[in-house]
Design a protein around this ligand. Structure first.
Ligand SMILES: O=C(O)CCC(=O)C(=O)O
Ligand SMILES: [Fe+2]
Length: 399
């Protein structure tokens, strides 16, 4: 069993999806999605085309080098998502990519109408499913945390189990906060239009193709010499939290695994893959008595993908949704294969003030809130400062 639950957007009711999302995001900060988003064939084609791009001669890839914005090609070892080490990966980012983008497209995308159409379709499908998820994020915020206490046991359960769980906790008569979950299968509970937070609340702050960026990521296998010289500091992507609303992450089922999430034992109920002696500073969930450890993230079956929230959403949800630390490690000896991933970084428009939504769906506008653009710039500056400690090259970093 994985620490990361799966949500079936095709089969579960919206209310059950919201309840499961609430549980996932308030505990592990990640969930897997099945049967929604881009078509499996399009995902496979974009992976194939991504490999073709990374297989080009370096001088050709360098034609598309990324500038400060991060859009374009970033070479191996020129990013540092975590502290004190550089990432063994190369990326190509379509920053602000949309149908009207002026960003030069590299081969094979520029050479073939099929490749161009496929990546556009892929982008559009990611955007569409992210809009659907943002509506569920708004709906799910109104599910009261105290009413989720029994959900872990119900993650694989049926709607009737969920309803009897609600019955057993006397939830039929409780406040509007519980309405989305309670509506699962019962006609006797409150209507969803009782909820306070409009479902568009998060979605409407993301203009199509404006701040959201898509990255093709390639983690090459190590040569024998590199392997011999590998040390504890080597990593494919250093530990970090993403910065935006959410990230959709596509992994190849046949590729090398390696994604791990850092969690307290209290958030999950399976054994960790490795123990880490000290909690990582800067996380909001430090609990002295809790044991934190790295856990393997799953690679969903073809067509599936992972979703995790970033710091903007953590702030926006007043901490209800957790931005979880994660990293990509080299897999065990003997399995040092390539890893290719596709990441769709959903980012609110720059001028959006991230006023926290309080429990019950009330937006707290009583204080000045940081804007999405300010948060992004401060994280970018932080990474650039961190990177300068490692190298004098110009970094191009986003998470
Ligand atoms: O490629 C992966 O598996 C994870 C990448 C990631 O977390 C990121 O780029 O923010
Ligand atoms: Fe990440």
């Amino acid at each position: 069993m994985s620490v990361i639950p799966t949500i079936d957007l095709a089969a579960d009711s919206p209310e059950r999806q919201a309840a499961l999302i609430k549980h996932a995001l308030s505990s592990v900060g990640f969930f897997a999605v099945q049967d929604a988003g881009p078509a499996s064939e399009d995902i496979a084609t974009v992976f194939r085309d991504s490999k073709t791009f990374f297989g080009l001669e370096m001088h050709e890839k360098e034609t598309y080098l990324a500038g400060r914005s991060g859009s374009g090609y970033t070479k191996l070892l020129s990013q540092a998502l975590g502290e004190g080490r550089r990432d063994h990966k190369e990326t190509f980012s379509y920053g602000k990519y949309c149908a009207n983008t002026t960003q030069p497209m590299p081969p094979p995308f520029k050479d073939s109408a099929e490749a161009t159409e496929t990546i556009k379709r892929f982008y559009q499908a990611c955007h569409d499913v992210s809009e659907r998820l943002m509506e569920l994020f708004a709906l799910a915020l109104e599910v009261s945390p105290s009413d989720l206490a029994g959900i872990p046991h119900l993650l694989g359960g049926t709607s009737s189990e969920l309803t009897s769980f609600a019955d057993s906790r006397g939830l039929m008569s409780v406040s509007v906060c519980c309405a989305p979950m309670l509506r699962c299968d019962s006609a006797t509970v409150r209507q969803l239009d009782d909820v306070t937070l409009p479902k568009e609340h998060f979605r409407q702050s993301h203009s199509f193709g404006l701040n959201t960026a898509m990255s093709l990521i390639h983690y090459p296998r190590l040569s024998d010499t590199e392997r011999a010289e590998m040390n504890m500091m080597d990593i494919r992507a250093g530990e970090h939290k993403d910065w935006g609303t959410m990230t959709l992450l596509f992994q190849e089922p046949s590729g090398a695994p390696g994604l791990q999430v850092y969690l307290p034992r209290s958030a999950i109920d399976v054994s960790p893959t490795s123990q880490v002696p000290l909690p990582v500073p800067g996380t909001s969930r430090l609990e002295a008595e809790d044991t934190w450890a790295w856990y393997d993230a799953p690679v969903p079956p073809p067509g599936g993908f992972l979703v995790n929230v970033g710091l903007a959403m953590e702030l926006w949800s007043s901490g209800a949704y957790k931005a979880t630390l994660h990293r990509v490690i080299f897999p065990d000896e003997g399995a040092l294969g390539d890893r290719d991933t596709l990441a769709f970084f959903v980012q609110p428009d720059d001028d959006v003030a991230l006023h926290p939504v309080l429990p019950g769906g009330i937006v707290d506008t009583s204080q000045k809130a940081i804007t999405s653009g300010e948060l992004f710039d401060s994280k970018l500056q932080e990474s650039m400062n961190r990177f300068k400690k490692e190298t004098t090259d110009t970094p191009s970093i986003r998470a």
